[in-house]
Design a protein around this ligand. Sequence first.
Ligand code: CMP
Length: 152
Amino acid sequence: MAAVDSLRTLVLIKPDGVARSKVGQIISRFEDKGLKVVAMKLMRLDRPRAERHYAVHKGKPFYDSLLNYITSSPLVAMVVEGNNSIEIVRKLVGATNGAKAEPGTIRGDYSTGIDFNLIHASDSEESANYEIPIFFEEKEILSYERADKDWL
Ligand code: CMP
């Protein structure tokens, strides 16, 4: 059987996802697909870290409201690992704007717009390598095997 690879991606269940009690349902989607959560924390993001995380959006019209939103109340940060994790997680998450995201995707099922879109996921390996250390030290990312790993 093919080996399960260990490509990692950063996922944030944003303040609206936590406040709307969607954490369990969102994590289930990744677990059901065959991916593995290898690090996770509930945290209130501070402004400096939010600025680092969203540095690419600095200067855009939505930048200030984005920072206010992401720092407004607790979020859940996770590292998700597995075969093609970056591409698969982005597909499960859906288009940025919940109004345009396909039904069946997380944003398509739970979000009606772009301002509160519940979730963030790294869009490339380069982004994941930049974003993960903003939230986790290497020692906080754990190693374990899924019991069904040979079937994934
Ligand atoms: P996210 O995937 O976290 O990446 C940047 C975030 O900015 C995006 O999700 C939205 O929450 C937010 N945002 C608000 N307006 C826009 C916009 N016009 N284009 C892209 N992202 C936006």
